[in-house]
Design a binder for this molecule. Structure first.
Ligand SMILES: Cc1cc2nc3c(=O)[nH]c(=O)nc-3n(C[C@H](O)[C@H](O)[C@H](O)COP(=O)(O)OP(=O)(O)OC[C@H]3O[C@@H](n4cnc5c(N)ncnc54)[C@H](O)[C@@H]3O)c2cc1C
Length: 380
């Protein structure tokens, strides 16, 4: 899977081989089409992410968690902390899973290649032009053409930048995380904290931190909207202090350094999702869920829908705009929904009271926070 391709007649060029791009390519290849995937990184690559996936996302991928061959930890319990109060939510069956993105993304991309996609990594896309009959994609190692392109290159996707009419009003989430593989003695020492992921809602309601154990990994991170105000390092230090004080992060445990990333949530000024010869998926389309930032599931679902739209367009000439309608129906128009609008109108002190009330009632917590905001629910 390097630059020695099997030929260069492609039906669709997929820019980006994360979960959105690999899912689209996998589906296209399984339907007998010839996708080319171009990714700037060499896989397995690091992806900054807590690695929390929903049951729905695994179903979309046809992955049975019991048979997935790499790190995966099912969760039927989650702790939410706000203003010092800790709320436990339990499910009868797993409601979500922890995976390691480096492993998961590589696995999905290899699977797309095994299905017949031409995967070329270590090849950065530098320009995209939409012509009358083809789209031309310029890379560091050459130029490719195909009738359609799927933009799956994440937040800074070159297809979105060239064709997606990105607005300056976009709400950017800044996040930092550290993921560490624990030696066996540490897994044992931290055992009391390894059963459930914990989320710490920030006092000003602008984000949350997390402590996410996954088999012998622990992932710690923090994300907030409006992160360009420079508050992220302060929030991270406060989180580390609290984790050290509670014993979850002993001072003598060496952890990987924190790395940062920014992405857009589906709140304001959505990107143009498609045009005559392109569609955007996942973070390139700005589909991560508002408030939670859950983006793996939307990337996968939009990858599947994009592949179906591309196939219908190539085989029957059906225009791609039906894809945008499906995304709107699933993820909303990109404007704040009822709950966000109500919370947004409240002064901060009142919003805190509302959050306290929601988190304090088990049924509301499960329905509003986990189900609606995180997309976390047990298998039917
Ligand atoms: C700190 C943090 C924690 C998160 N935690 C979670 C979580 O627990 N659960 C969850 O569901 N979501 C989480 N998210 C969001 C999630 O990571 C993203 O929504 C998801 O990765 C989107 O997938 P994607 O396929 O659209 O893009 P990506 O996974 O970003 O993949 C894009 C790919 O495009 C490639 N690329 C970029 N530019 C180019 C170029 N010019 N040429 C070629 N290739 C290019 C990149 O190398 C990359 O492989 C988190 C995000 C952050 C920042």
């Amino acid at each position: 899977m390097d630059d020695q391709g099997r030929g260069d007649a492609f039906d669709v060029i997929v820019v980006g081989g994360g979960p959105g791009g690999s899912t689209a390519a996998w589906r296209l290849a399984k339907r007998g089409l010839r996708p080319l995937v171009l990714d700037a990184a060499v896989f397995p690559r690091v992806k900054i992410c807590a690695g929390w996936v929903t049951h729905e996302a695994l179903c979309d991928l046809d992955i049975d968690p019991d048979k997935y061959p790499l790190t995966i930890q099912p969760f039927d319990l989650c702790v939410l902390e706000f203003e010092g109060a800790r709320h436990h939510t339990a499910w009868r069956r797993p409601a979500s899973y922890g995976i390691i993105r480096r492993e998961f993304d590589h696995y999905l991309l290899e699977r797309a290649a095994a299905a017949g996609a031409d995967v070329r990594w270590g090849n950065r896309v530098t320009g995209v032009e939409q012509g009358r009959h083809v789209v031309a994609v310029q890379t560091e190692h050459g130029r490719f053409e195909a009738p359609l392109v799927i933009g799956a290159g994440g937040h800074r996707c070159p297809v979105a930048r060239a064709l997606g009419d990105i607005s300056e009003r976009e709400e950017v989430v800044a996040a930092q995380e550290s993921e560490t593989r624990l030696p066996a003695e540490w897994v044992e020492r931290l055992a009391p904290f390894m059963r459930a992921p914990e989320l710490y809602v920030e006092g000003d309601l602008r984000g949350y931190g997390w402590y996410f154990p996954k088999q012998d990994f622990v992932n710690i991170g923090i994300g907030c909207t409006g992160g360009s105000d420079g508050s992220l390092p302060r929030r991270r230090e406060a989180l580390i202090r609290a984790l050290r004080a509670s014993g979850r992060l002993p001072a003598d445990l060496p952890i990987e350094s924190f790395k940062g990333h920014a992405y857009v949530v589906r709140r304001q000024a959505p990107r143009r999702l498609c045009g005559p010869r392109f569609v955007l998926v996942g973070d390139a389309a700005g589909l991560a869920r508002d408030l939670s930032g859950e983006g793996i599931g939307p990337a996968i679902r939009s990858g599947l829908l994009a592949a179906e739209a591309a196939e219908a367009c190539l085989r029957t000439g059906r225009p791609l705009h039906g894809y945008a309608e499906q995304i709107m129906a699933l993820y909303g128009p990109g404007e704040p929904r009822w709950l966000e609008r109500q919370l947004g109108r409240l002064p901060e002190s009142m919003a805190r009271v509302a959050v306290r009330l929601i988190l304090g009632v088990a049924a509301a917590r499960r329905r509003i926070v986990f189900d609606n905001i995180f997309g976390m629910r047990e298998a039917a």
